[in-house]
Design a protein around this ligand. Structure first.
Ligand SMILES: *Cc1c(COP(=O)(O)O)cnc(C)c1O
Length: 355
């Protein structure tokens, strides 16, 4: 830290992304990327736009917002385009939280939430999930006036909160904003977007990173009633009006034009996921009922960190979190069927020789 760094950030602990090592080729099952590369049409769209990179991107992202509005049955003024859904989440913390409206979220959820709260000097409360990692909606209903952040399905547990519970929380206090982070919803959940016409306090954030093979392009969006979206637009235009670059805007639109392929890929991943979960259970793992593109699993005979390290030695990266409640677990991104075969074979080897 330099002596110039503002005191208000001195105590900040930044978010730690999953490792992206360069020392060798790994089978990367640690950052929940798609195993499928973008379609050639999507790559071509970026190439064409690159030739116009001397011009700023459309600061209103209108074409993409129109395409998203059509895809989700809303109007373009109900959609904001962002540089990865992380940006929408940060804007939501900025826009809808303060000393009078603290944030609340689960103790085991996306690790970025406390970081967003801290960087924006927002008080927050972490609400413990039940022992089986399910979320009790009553915990949120009982805390009126707090801005709610729920990843649904949750990460890293993979568990889906039924839409009726999301609705119950949104309905319980119309004076607070409820943010539903649907980064993984395309892998097996029902989106809360359809509740938005009824709930002016409901904001849904989405990303192209997981289900649309565009993690490296940085593209996300949020959906809410026009007034909520206007608040986020005020913050976007007060920080970075060209937040989404023109190559990414074009890739997003091209990707949506072939969204049937994206959704088919998600179905394939979900099938591979369920199969891999069964194989892990047969090996003695406890595996949560994931509705995402990752598995969350622990084995009674090998602790989470040891398994992580032994897989890493074999060139396979998974994500281990040292948080006490989940230290026994690893989060394993679902790759192709072949990649998962490599993974389960390595796990079998490790279990046979646990020395
Ligand atoms: C990956 C992820 C995000 C952020 O994705 P972006 O790449 O920033 O769009 C948000 N929430 C959760 C729970 C995630 O896992």
């Amino acid at each position: 830290m330099s002596r110039f760094f503002s005191e208000k950030y001195a105590a900040l602990t930044p978010y730690v992304p999953g490792e992206q090592p360069r020392d060798m080729q790994y089978l990367k099952l640690n950052t929940n990327e798609s195993p499928y590369s973008p379609l050639p049409e999507v790559v071509e769209a970026a190439r064409e736009e690159a030739a116009r990179a001397h011009l700023y991107s459309d600061p209103t992202a209108l074409a993409l917002r129109q395409a998203l509005a059509e895809r989700y049955g809303v109007t373009p003024d109900m959609v904001i385009a962002v540089n990865g859904s992380d940006e929408a989440l940060n804007f939501a913390f900025m826009a809808f939280c303060d000393r009078e409206h603290p944030a609340i979220f689960a103790d085991i959820t996306y690790g970025f939430y406390p970081v967003f709260a801290n960087v924006n000097n927002i008080p927050y409360e972490e609400i413990p999930l039940r022992d089986d990692f399910t979320l009790d909606p009553e915990d949120y209903v009982r805390r009126p006036g707090k801005t709610v952040f729920i990843a649904n399905p949750n990460a890293p547990t993979g568990l889906l909160l039924p839409l009726a519970d999301v609705e119950r929380i949104a309905a319980s206090d119309p004076s607070r904003v409820v943010v539903i982070d649907e980064a993984y919803i395309d892998f097996g959940g029902e989106s809360a977007i359809r509740l938005i016409p009824e709930y002016p306090n409901l904001l849904v954030t989405r990303t192209f990173s997981k289900s649309r093979s565009l993690a490296g392009a940085r593209l996300g969006f949020a959906v809410g009633q026009p007034a909520l979206i206007a608040d986020l637009e005020t913050l976007r235009n007060s920080t970075n009006p060209y937040n989404v670059n023109r190559m990414t805007l074009a890739m997003g639109a091209a990707s949506l034009a072939h969204d049937d392929v994206n959704m088919q890929n998600c179905m394939t991943v979900a099938g591979v996921r369920d199969q891999a979960a069964e194989e892990l259970r047969a090996l003695g793992f406890a595996v949560t009922d994931s509705k995402t593109n990752f598995l969350f699993a622990r084995h009674p005979a090998v602790d989470g960190e040891t398994l992580y390290k032994k897989l890493r030695e074999r060139g396979i990266l998974v994500r281990h979190f040292s948080l006490p409640r989940i230290a026994a677990y690893n989060r394993i991104t679902v790759g192709t069927a072949e990649q998962m075969k490599t993974f389960t074979a390595a796990v079998r080897e490790i279990l046979e020789d646990p020395s």
